[in-house]
Design a protein around this ligand. Structure first.
Ligand code: ASP
Length: 291
């Protein structure tokens, strides 16, 4: 996490854009192998991998996303290509793979031994129990360790006052092939607007989609809340409106004053930040937990 924060910050310190910072920070996390994004992505119920990612530039409101990706090394880079090189916002599957080929994006088999092990354990637990697909709630409740979501995201504010956000994931473990989560959906897992700030979400995608969560955080910031107040208000909203539903959410945000925010109702939120005046990034396994 510290490496990702430092990568993004170094770009910003040299006058680079918030957009470059979030893409490069997320690419570091996608390469790490320990997160559920890029190399190390979770498996679908059919033992395949379908990665997805998105990016948004708060200055122009341009956004790009890609989904159903099998072997793109850095899905976030493809999201950026969708944003900058096409007239579209969201491209999935074959079309996305073709676009990646056109722009010579690197390929890498995202499958790791660790994910394969998690998959086998989760699948066995699913088969042993009385759980009914696609309602995994019971299974998740009994085996939370198999469902550490581990999507990655980054938010940044640059020297020119522009914000950006990016998010990347392998998606919810044991998802049905073809399922799209919140991470590549603009407004749900990712949002950035220079009038408010930037936000990236993690957690059960279906919840973030139904609450348009990242945009909700930005709306709160636009109406005057700091980034911290905004993510806390959004987690409270999740707790109120999704009470009784397995939700395990986490949010990071930056507002246009450069204040940062992080809050979650999941057990952990692994995060790091680096601001002017700090020598080294700070990293932690929790932020403000709101139950
Ligand atoms: N939000 C992701 C999804 O539902 C999962 C995660 O955050 O790890 O696809």
């Amino acid at each position: 996490m510290k490496k990702a924060a430092k990568t993004g910050f170094d770009i910003l310190a040299k006058g680079g854009s918030a957009l470059d910072a979030v893409v490069e920070a997320v690419a570091v996390l996608e390469d790490e192998g320990v997160f559920n994004a890029g190399y190390g992505s979770s498996l679908t119920i059919e033992k395949t991998i379908e990665m997805e990612a998105s990016v948004m530039d708060g200055k122009t409101l341009r956004a790009g996303a890609a989904g159903l990706l099998r072997d793109i090394r850095n899905p976030v880079r493809l999201a950026r290509i969708v944003m900058e090189k096409t007239d579209h916002v969201f491209i999935v599957g074959e079309g996305a793979e073709k676009l990646a080929k056109l722009f010579n994006l690197e390929r890498r088999n995202p499958l790791t031994e660790l994910r394969l092990k998690y998959y086998e354990q989760a699948k066995q637990a699913l088969l042993d129990g009385k759980f009914e697909l696609p309602k995994l709630a019971e299974l998740v409740k009994n085996h939370p360790e198999l469902f550490d979501l581990e999507t990655v995201g980054a938010v940044a504010l640059d020297l020119e006052g522009n914000v950006a956000a990016a998010t990347s994931t392998g998606g919810f473990p044991l998802k049905i092939p073809g399922r799209i989560g919140d991470s590549p959906l603009i407004g749900c897992g990712t949002y950035a607007d220079n009038r408010s700030g930037a936000c990236s979400a993690t957690g059960v995608g279906e919840i973030a989609i139904r609450l348009v969560l990242a945009k909700t955080v930005c709306n709160y910031m636009e109406s005057g809340k700091t980034a911290q107040e905004a993510v806390e208000a959004a987690i409270k909203l999740v707790n109120e409106r999704m009470a009784g539903t397995y939700n395990s959410m986490g949010l990071i945000a930056v507002d246009t004053r450069g204040e940062i925010g992080a809050a979650h109702n999941s057990k952990h939120l692994c995060w790091a930040y680096l601001k002017p005046g700090m020598r080294e990034p700070e990293a932690a396994l929790t932020a403000k937990i709101l139950k």
